[in-house]
Write a protein that binds this ligand. Structure first.
Ligand SMILES: [Zn+2]
Length: 189
């Protein structure tokens, strides 16, 4: 449809309706003389008003269902933000796999540490001494199995509701601490 014809159509909206719409043959928009009485006019007005009212009454439920309530907006937002189920499933699967791998590696390290003699083939103890701790107690480490041996010491655990900076607690000494401490005498340090 060209621009001119659109303008023509819009112009037609402003002009009066054709006379045929009122069933008369006189001037456009004029009622027949027989209907030009106050009573007839009142009847026509009432009929039109009733028709318009009934049309809007029947549309009311549709308007109500079309209304954008906050609940509907929230619901739509929730659907829009909902993650893709396939992505979520994949992340859960990969996380589970990673946890299994970590647990397996931890288990292997533990088995290796349990089997380690913490001695070189010559019989010399392997314990390395680490002394630069603020509580002045020595720590020991085995270079063969990466075992870390601690005395009874303060530790900071993960934060909780009462301890936002971490929960401090005293950890008991490592079962091998006394045994590892013997290296101090044998090395004379
Ligand atoms: Zn070891």
């Amino acid at each position: 449809m060209s621009k001119e014809s659109v303008a023509e159509n819009l112009k037609a909206l402003n002009s009066p309706a054709p006379a045929a719409a009122f069933g008369g043959s006189g001037e456009p928009g004029q009622l027949p003389d027989a209907m030009r009485t106050p009573e007839a006019q009142a009847t026509i007005n009432a009929t039109i008003a009733e028709a318009v009212r009934s049309v809007f009454a029947s549309l009311a439920p549709m308007f109500a269902s079309m209304a954008l309530t906050p609940e509907k907006i929230a619901e739509a937002e929730k659907i829009r933000r909902a993650p893709d189920p396939a992505t979520v499933a994949r992340e859960l699967r990969e996380r589970k796999l990673m946890q299994q791998d970590l647990a397996e590696a931890e288990q292997q390290k533990r088995e290796q540490q349990n089997a380690c003699p913490h001695q070189y083939p010559t019989g010399q103890l392997t314990w390395h001494v680490i002394r630069n701790f603020p509580d002045r107690q020595a720590r020991f480490s085995c270079p063969l199995c990466a075992l870390w041996v601690t005395p009874r010491e303060w530790r900071i655990a993960a934060p909780d509701a009462e301890n936002p900076r971490g929960r401090a607690f005293i950890a008991e000494e490592h079962p091998l601490y006394r045994e590892a401490s013997r290296v101090l005498a044998s090395k004379g340090i």
